[in-house]
Design a protein around this ligand. Sequence first.
Ligand code: SF4
Length: 370
Amino acid sequence: MLYQLPLAPKYGELSNERLCAGIADFKRRLGSRLVILGHHYQQDDVIQFADFTGDSLKLSQLAAEHHEAEFIVFCGVHFMAETADILTHEKQTVILPDLSAGCSMADMAHIDQVEAGWPLLEERAEGPITPITYVNSSAAVKAFVGRHDGACCTSSNAKMVMERAAAGFLEEEPALKVVGLRYFNVFGPGEAHKGTVYDPRFPDGGLSAAQVRAAQVFLWKGHCSVHQLFTTRNVEAIRALPEPYAILVHPECEWAVCQGADRVGSTEYIIKTVREAPPGSFWAIGTEVNLVQRLARQHPDKHVRSLAGIQCLCTTMYRIDLKHLYWTLENLVGGRVVNRISVDPETRRWSRVALDRMLALRPAQPVSAR
Ligand code: SF4
């Protein structure tokens, strides 16, 4: 994880009004040279200045379409800014306003752990292995996957990518085993939870030779520290309410929570479901609180609340605030680039292979919509 040096005290002394007025002025002065991207989990103070909002991959693709933008300021977390740098033109500069905005999930698969564990899996698996990584991973892990004939996946298309990987992307030699470098619920509620968990904290991933031989899918142990806060107790509490709440959760929630939900799907799927729901409908949503609160404000004709009573906040993304955005843009106006996120050419090349292999597959579908 990178570390952000504290900003000069003068930024802490500026009121929100001054910060907002300054950011608006810097944006106007930079014009089409600047694109600001805002992830759905970002706080409203920052989102109001975003030219585009979306999930990490959609935002990176949008940035790549805007060739005229010299500067891409990504109000998200570190792996998202890396993905934007991989997908955009080399002349474009990607900036993360606070370098400490990391992702706990991405940090759970360090490239050194992946490289250390792979040879043993290959040796013992008795067949080809195709690595798959969730896009919430470092560029180094994506590059590893690209170099080993694998692909990235998102929460929308994970099931499809893994099925295609198991069949062999190139329809040549079938891949017998898949290493998903993430542990999250790629199979929707009602389906079997298949997979052998590889835990990098233990020698050999905590697996015996026989377990490695028998496994069809290895799931890298890791989780999103935000979505794992939702529990089956939350589900039971909502079910006990007199109102007919439908429970809608992100697949990064734990398996039992997904099984207890009515619908499971990506961030974009959650937004679309609430948007298209009839007036008066009740929704208890298991995803990051900033998005849930925004959906509640945007749809006052529907009853939208968090699945949990506690605030499930992505605290790392929350580090990107008005002060850091102001500081970033002020420097750009002054001709200085701060906090550039730059992926080295070799890593960029191979991580692009992993991303492109995913993007070449058919359009993503919701994980589940029962
Ligand atoms: S919500 Fe979870 S997966 Fe998304 S950026 Fe935050 S910690 Fe990472």
